[in-house]
Structures are given as structure tokens and as C-alpha cells.
Design a protein around this ligand. Structure first.
Ligand code: NDP
Length: 234
């Protein structure tokens, strides 16, 4: 649709699928990550969302090279799983700093440009575990749950300027992140999913492009599950 779209963590996994989906819809796509290559046809920018200066420099470069960002997808995320008694300060800080504060930094910078444009779409990639909980993921679930409060507050702040803010809450998706899980845990997870399988990254991407489309113009402050029924109302 000819807009400038920025996807953090768009070099692989869910982010890459989102980047490719926007590209296929005719948008110009900037992919922001610490390493790796942008998907073919997308523009790669170096960005570490855990660092404010890096986020600011990335948006400045995107605006200079491509134009104002109209759709921002805060997708970059990491896990540092472990039971809370064994969780280090570094595990807590790294996950909060990337998954929550990173999303906050990205949305703050994105909103600045969108307020000027008087339109825009901000999409956070949360997780079903933010609402359902997950033993061994207290740091990650805390960050993902907080994205809901962030999105809803921001939606109230910027709604008057034609900007929508939503959260997608995926269940388990086939990516590098879940490839780390032991086979036994994987089988346990699938047993709890009514659809009986993991999602493909493209199934999350389809919802992202929908939320950024004219068809979703009146949807804001929403948490949209893409979890095969795992969360069931959460
Ligand atoms: P991957 O591990 O496959 O990819 C993570 C992406 O985030 C990479 O592109 C990585 O790029 C980027 N990233 C990590 N840290 C930073 C950083 N500090 N700055 C910029 N980019 C960073 O993960 P997924 O594709 O599986 O996950 C994407 C999002 O979806 C995450 O927020 C995750 O929490 C969420 N999610 C995933 C689920 C799943 O089952 N896979 C389920 C629910 C939610 P690089 O390392 O090069 O910087």
C-alpha cells in the first residue's frame, strides 16, 4: 500500500514473516535488528532495541533513506528461561530491557513521527504467556503482560491523531526461539493447543498486516490472540 513499515527483529522468525507480508502488500519495509540480513527486497538497518541511542539513530536513518514510518511493529524479543530461584539479575534485566523497554523505546520514537503525520499503526508482538502465565518464564511473561498496559495507555494517548495501537499475542510459533525447546516440552505444549500444532510465522504476519490495513481502522487497544486456542479468552 506504499507505506513505510518498520519491523524490529525482522531478520528471522516471526519478524521476517511480517516484513515479507508487508512487502507483498506493496509497502516499503525497513527491518531493524542487531545482526543478520533483511529478507530480500526489505531494507536492513542496524538497531539494538535495548539501547535508546541505537533506536533513535535507526529511526533517523529510516526517515532519511525511506521516509516517515507509518507502521511500526515492535517484534524484537528474547527469552532467558529458568525457575525464579535460579534466575539471575542479568536474565531479568536482559529480557525486560529487550522485550518491554525496547518496545517502549520503539513505540515512543514511532509515535513522534506518526503524531506529525496524524496517522499510523503501532503493533506490539506480545505472547499468550503474558496473560496465561508460564512456569519458568517469569521474566518473559512479566514483560509480555506489561506490553498490554503499554499498548492500551498509548492507544488512549494517540487515538485522537488517527493512530491505532494493538498487541498480537501469539501462542507457540515455529521459529529459532521455540526450536530450543526439548521434544518432551514441545509435545506437552501441543497437547494443550486445541488446534494441535504450532503456528507458522506467516499466520502471525497475516494478523499484523490486517491490523495495519484500512479494514482494521477502528481497532485499537486490542489484544489479538494467534494461539490455536491455547489462551482461550485470556
Ligand atoms: P527469534 O529468536 O527467531 O528472533 C528474534 C528476533 O529479535 C531476531 O530478529 C533478533 O535479531 C531480534 N532481536 C533480539 N534482540 C534484539 C535487540 N536487542 N535489538 C534488536 N533486535 C533484537 O524469535 P521469534 O521470531 O520467535 O520471536 C519474535 C517475537 O515474537 C518475540 O517478541 C517473541 O517474544 C514473540 N513470540 C514468539 C513466540 C514463538 O513461539 N516463537 C510466541 C509468542 C511470542 P538479532 O538477534 O539479529 O538482533
Amino acid at each position: 500500500m506504499g507505506r513505510i513499515v518498520l519491523v524490529t527483529g525482522g531478520n528471522r522468525g516471526i519478524g521476517a514473516a511480517i516484513a515479507r507480508a508487508f512487502l507483498a502488500a506493496g509497502d516499503t519495509v525497513a527491518v531493524a535488528s542487531r545482526s543478520g540480513e533483511a529478507p530480500e527486497g526489505c531494507h536492513g538497518f542496524v538497531c539494538d532495541v535495548s539501547d535508546t541511542a541505537s533506536v533513535e539513530a535507526c529511526f533517523d536513518a529510516v526517515e532519511r533513506d525511506l521516509g516517515p514510518v507509518e507502521v511500526a511493529v515492535a517484534n524484537a524479543g528474547i527469552t532467558r528461561d529458568g525457575l525464579i530461584m535460579r534466575m539471575s539479575d542479568d536474565d531479568i534485566d536482559a529480557v525486560l530491557n529487550t522485550n518491554l523497554f525496547g518496545a517502549l523505546r520503539v513505540s515512543r520514537r514511532a509515535a513522534k513521527g506518526m503524531l506529525r503525520l496524524r496517522r499510523g499503526r503501532i503493533i506490539f508482538i506480545g505472547s499468550v504467556v503474558g496473560l496465561l502465565g508460564s512456569a519458568g518464564q517469569t521474566n518473559y511473561a512479566a514483560a509480555k503482560a506489561a506490553l498490554v498496559g503499554l499498548a492500551r495507555s498509548l492507544a488512549r494517548e494517540v487515538g485522537g491523531r488517527g493512530i491505532t495501537v494493538n498487541v498480537i499475542a501469539p501462542g507457540f510459533v515455529e521459529t529459532d526461539m521455540t526450536a530450543e525447546l526439548p521434544e518432551e516440552r514441545r509435545a506437552q505444549i501441543i497437547a494443550g493447543v486445541p488446534l494441535g500444532r504450532y503456528a507458522q510465522p506467516e499466520e502471525v504476519a497475516d494478523v499484523a498486516t490486517f491490523l495495519a490495513s484500512p479494514a482494521a481502522g477502528y481497532i485499537t487497544g486490542a489484544v489479538v490472540p494467534v494461539d490455536g486456542g491455547l489462551g482461550m479468552g485470556h
